[in-house]
Design a protein around this ligand. Structure first.
Ligand code: NAD
Length: 357
């Protein structure tokens, strides 16, 4: 498809009538997914992962860059009719090839494109964080509920085998009561230029990497925090004038457990450690794309091999649609993190004041 055909497709279908396609034909064996936003994560991780999925396939794309449409079509054999831009993506409503729209845009645009997808009758897979605050996140959940489409958040760690073992320990508590957990997630963004440095699009460490320690604190304890204390830090105030470079936050849980968390764009950090009454366990790395592993104080190893996290996540989510069962990571989980993040930003803006949730 060349640039002219791309523009033509965008206008040709503009009078089509929206017909929800949430009711999948019963014989469907694989879910058709359209990726929205063909940047780093879509290009490097998600698109290649479709080569390893069993229950879903890359059926379509939404891009504002005609050249990307040409190269993606060549690489992945995407049909002409399944290539959309941001202006005409609502026309997917009458395209039965596309069952799911996977939102992989800057964070502050998740609601905008998720709403278009849901209103077109498509299930929504939304990258983390769900949005940039609780109010936006709530709207995202509402629009999916109104259209009766599934919503799942791209918390890939919750699909990862070793992480799932730790999640199960939140109930069985094999090492006793959880007392203190430390979680750190960060990368060195010194060479980065782009929207992750811009406030308006949802940049900054907390939105980018903070979801990992925050979500981990909740899935490790199996509890919801009751209070938060947070602060931001940077030694590069000119570069990080709009967004946080490093955020530390402490969460208090009803059982008395405490989570001490750090997220940063200053350096690479990647570990989870959980201290309990009768021992400890952890994962290091805990949020890498591969090689997540760890151990416990009694020598138990957490080293199950996972071939491809993105393929596993997308297959889990596709099966939930094919079988009409609940999703592993519902929108509500992402929304809870949004409301806690609101409190984290409030605490940091008030000099580390303790905010009750
Ligand atoms: P990116 O900048 O590389 O890609 C973003 C894409 O959105 C680009 O193709 C860009 O063209 C498009 N876009 C649409 N409207 C835009 C606008 N107004 N301004 C800027 N870009 C616009 O970013 P990314 O790293 O791929 O992140 C995208 C999403 O994926 C984010 O929500 C991020 O948190 C998430 N992500 C998740 C993981 C994970 O492991 N789950 C990893 C990386 C990124």
């Amino acid at each position: 498809m060349n640039r002219r055909q791309f523009i033509k497709t965008s206008t040709l279908l503009s009078s089509s009538i929206a017909m929800p396609t949430i009711l999948l034909p019963s014989q469907k064996k694989s879910i058709g997914v359209a990726l929205v936003g063909l940047g780093y994560y879509s290009t490097g991780l998600l698109a290649p992962a479709f080569g390893l999925t069993q229950y879903c396939h890359l059926a379509g794309i939404v891009t504002g860059t005609p050249n990307k449409a040409v190269s993606w079509q060549k690489q992945y054999g995407i049909k002409d009719n399944n290539i959309y831009n941001y202006e005409n993506m609502h026309e997917m409503a009458d395209n039965p090839d596309i069952d799911v729209v996977y939102i992989v845009t800057p964070n502050a645009l998740h609601l905008k494109y998720a709403a278009i997808a849901a209103n077109a009758g498509k299930h929504v897979w939304c990258e983390k964080p769900l949005e940039i605050n609780g109010a936006q996140g709530q709207k995202l959940l509402n629009v999916c509920a109104k259209n009766k489409v599934q919503l799942t958040v791209g918390y890939r760690m919750q699909h990862e085998a070793n992480t799932r073992t730790i999640m199960s320990w939140s109930k069985s508590k094999p090492y006793g009561k959880i007392k203190l957990l430390n979680a750190e997630a960060g990368w060195n963004a010194s060479g980065y230029e782009g929207w992750k440095l811009e406030k308006e699009l949802g940049g900054g460490a907390m939105y980018d990497m903070g979801t990992y320690p925050l979500n981990a604190a909740r899935y490790v304890t199996g509890e919801e925090p009751i209070a938060v204390i947070a602060s931001h830090y940077t030694d590069k105030p000119n570069r990080f004038s709009q967004v946080d470079e490093t955020t530390t936050f402490k969460l208090e849980f009803p059982s008395g457990a405490i989570a001490d968390c750090t997220t940063t764009l200053a350096k690479s950090v990647n570990k989870l450690h959980v201290n309990c009454q009768n021992g400890y366990y952890g994962l290091e790395p805990f949020q890498s794309y591969n090689g997540v592993r760890g151990s416990a104080s009694d020598g138990v190893l957490l080293n199950t091999y996972v071939e491809n996290q993105q393929a596993k996540q997308m297959d889990d989510d596709a099966l939930a649609i094919l079988n009409n069962t609940s999703v592993m990571v519902p929108g509500e989980d992402g929304l809870k993190d949004m409301f806690i993040m609101d409190a984290i930003f409030e605490s940091a803006s008030k000099g580390g004041k303790r905010i009750q949730l």
